[in-house]
Write a protein that binds this ligand. Structure first.
Ligand code: 5AD
Length: 344
């Protein structure tokens, strides 16, 4: 559905209850017509918290000395993937910091083994890797890649995401996302909502990029300050700001669905962290159709805190799985079967 920038801006800035109910129900209707009632489950494995980046929002940034670093072994990754399959999920997502200890070759072999042992789609989310690394992983059998552009506001992005080498910004994330498309990945991107300094105008532009880039998947979550980050130390968001981040994230999820009816969109862990009681369910009722349960072995989870108090860090697998299934049933939705690719 087309919406003018003015209309989008008005939705983003309204606090009128009736208007908001209208937005949620429109998004829910478009979601049902566009992707149906199935909720696809993607098993998330946080394979490494090493990161060479210094992102000012992210708790696993390379300059945070307070966390112990880990990288899963091949065996741990394979057993996580098999676990995802056993639980009936169609996809395993291998996410990590931008960790060059993960070599193209090492991960290629693991991808091949997952593809040989299971019918899972393999999604990667490993930062701004070189074109040849991305190509090698595609060749090994990877299906999808996730890389959020975080915000369309260039000045803000450059501020929160310092370059690898001083003065050298390398390829922009949009350029990398285009490379991923050329390599035939299903491509996911997205943003954080509520970064200090982010404006409603820039959120309108984020949505224009979603449309223009024709992403297959879009992940949107509220920004959550982490005390061991540059931004977390500089701006103490009060509870009102955090509430607004949550509300604005729902608004962006709803608008994204209305503008991009057939994409896959997760109800994110960040939403579930901002609102432990209802975040996941509200995301699913306001446009989302995917959940990414965390399959990272429990002893590593507390080391992968991109933001604090991350939801599910202590929940064991069975518990988490049962909660997700119960939520889906309560919402009168169904569990997605198969890999759950984007159907254009
Ligand atoms: N708050 C919310 N989201 C965050 N991410 C990283 N740090 C934070 C934070 N403090 C998100 C980014 C990144 C994704 C993996 O997690 O959008 O792309």
């Amino acid at each position: 559905m087309h919406l003018s920038k003015t209309i989008i801006y008005n939705w983003l800035t309204t606090n009128d209850k009736t208007e908001l109910i209208e937005l949620w129900s429109l998004a829910d209707r478009v979601r049902r017509e566009g992707v149906g009632d199935a909720i696809h489950l993607r098993g998330l494995l946080e394979i490494s918290n090493y990161c060479c980046r210094k992102c000012r929002y992210c708790g696993i940034n390379g300059v945070n000395k307070k966390i112990e670093r880990y990288r899963l072994t091949e065996e741990e990754i394979l057993s996580g993937a098999k676990q995802a399959f056993r639980l009936g999920y169609g996809t395993v997502v291998l996410q990590g910091g931008e960790d060059y200890g993960i070599s193209a070759l090492w991960l290629s072999e693991i991808i091949k083994k997952i593809k040989a042992a299971t019918p899972l789609a393999v999604t990667l989310s490993l930062g701004e890797r070189s074109n040849s690394d991305l190509a090698a992983w595609k060749k090994a059998g990877a299906d999808r890649y996730l890389l959020r552009f975080e915000t369309s506001d260039k000045k803000l992005y450059n501020y929160i995401h310092p370059p690898l080498k001083y003065g050298d910004r390398g390829r922009s994330r949009i350029a990398i996302l285009n490379e991923l498309k050329e390599l035939n990945y299903e491509v996911g991107s997205g943003i954080m909502v509520g970064i200090p300094g982010q404006t409603h105008e820039s959120l309108v532009e984020d949505l224009q990029i979603f449309i223009a880039m024709d992403f297959d998947m879009i992940g949107i979550g509220p920004y959550l300050p982490h005390p061991d980050t540059f931004l977390g130390k500089k701006y103490s968001l009060d509870s009102q700001d955090l509430l607004n981040n949550e509300l604005n994230a729902y608004k962006m999820i709803a608008l994204t669905r209305i503008l991009c009816p057939d994409i896959n969109m997760p109800s994110t862990t960040a939403l579930a962290t901002a609102n432990t009681k209802n975040g996941y369910a509200l995301g699913l009722q306001r446009g989302a159709n995917v959940i990414m349960p965390n399959l990272t072995p429990i002893n590593y989870r507390s080391k992968y805190l991109i933001y604090p108090a991350k939801s599910c860090i202590n929940q064991d697998l069975t518990n988490q799985h049962q909660n997700v299934i119960k939520m889906i049933t309560d919402l009168k939705r169904t569990v997605g079967k198969g890999q759950g690719p984007r159907k254009k």
